[in-house]
Ligand binder design. Structure first.
Ligand code: GSH
Length: 287
């Protein structure tokens, strides 16, 4: 099937894709609603997608490392319902995508998951090496991830798992690029324990939720198709990070699907992991 583009593109809201109901060709708020604000220094507006999980892993790692100033309220943003288009959310992120963060201690807004990781790493002097060489290498991999993951998610994942029909051309193009990226990571992890250096850093926190989920077959059901098991060093790195207690906690925050005891839809206190998972607080009339 070929497509002859018209002279001027126009919006067909019925394109059939998985996200057709939230995709729009314009920015800005669709409705007035203030953002919710809790008691902690940081207010996070997010969802447990790979981009969201980067940040909740960082908060849980900071708290585990003893940074009590990193306490946070995590509010769930249901992107399928369009909550990213509320006026309160758009004030924090004009790009209307999770995650978005507000630092109540100084009135600073931060959007883009990479910028959030960097802001927190600098604020707390953690998970970003001070040594110039290791710091530059950590930034290299953080920015590599921010530029590369859209080919995995918006490219490969979209056409392999979400598009209304399977088309060979885009699946081939993005499978090729994803395999190349997996090889890039595997070669780097042959020479270094973690991506930036031998220390766990924000580069790993950014990359694990994307490429770790692919390797663990948690997204797109493509582990066999892409033969992810063949990337031995990458698998070693995924297993190592998956076992970190703060990573396990971070993956639960703002999650509204999967096993109910792994869903902490909102997080306002460290004890919530014990007491407020969905299996424990689900209303009797919820589906
Ligand atoms: N480059 C952004 C990407 C964020 C992003 O794509 N977020 C998705 C969920 S993973 C989202 O909020 N989508 C809602 C929408 O597009 O309306 C980042 O790294 O923060």
């Amino acid at each position: 099937m070929t497509y002859e583009p018209p002279k001027i593109w126009s919006w067909d809201s019925e394109n059939g894709g998985k996200f057709a109901n939230i995709n729009r060709p314009v920015a800005g708020a669709t409705h007035d609603k203030d953002r919710q604000v809790g008691k902690h220094p940081f207010q996070l507006y997010s969802l447990a997608t790979p981009n969201g999980v980067k940040v909740t892993i960082m908060f849980e790692e900071l708290l585990a490392a003893g940074h009590t100033g990193a306490e946070y309220d995590a509010w769930i943003i249901n992107i399928q319902e369009g909550e990213q288009f509320s006026s309160g959310f758009v004030e924090v992120n004009p790009n209307s995508k999770i995650p978005a963060l507000y630092d109540e201690t100084n009135g600073v807004r931060i959007f883009e998951s990479g910028a959030i990781l960097l802001y927190l790493a600098e604020k707390f002097g953690s998970f970003l090496p001070a040594d110039p060489k290791a710091r530059a290498e950590t930034m290299n991999w953080l920015f590599w991830l921010q530029g590369s993951a859209p080919y995995l998610g918006g490219g490969f994942g979209h056409f392999y798992a979400y598009a209304p029909e399977k088309f060979e051309y885009p699946i081939n193009r993005f499978a090729m690029e994803t395999k190349r990226q997996l090889d890039v990571l595997d070669r780097r992890l042959a020479e270094s324990k973690y991506l930036g250096s031998d220390d766990f850093s924000i580069a790993d926190m950014a990359t694990y939720p994307w490429y770790g989920a692919l390797v663990q077959n948690l997204v797109y059901d493509a582990a066999e198709f892409l033969d992810v098991k063949s990337y031995k060093n990458l698998n070693r790195w995924v297993d190592d990070i998956a076992a970190r207690p703060a990573v396990i906690r971070g993956k639960m925050v703002n999650k509204s699907w999967g096993d109910e005891d792994q869903q902490l839809r909102e997080r306002h206190d460290a004890s919530d992991f014990e007491n407020r998972t969905w299996d424990k607080i689900k209303p009797a009339d919820a589906e």
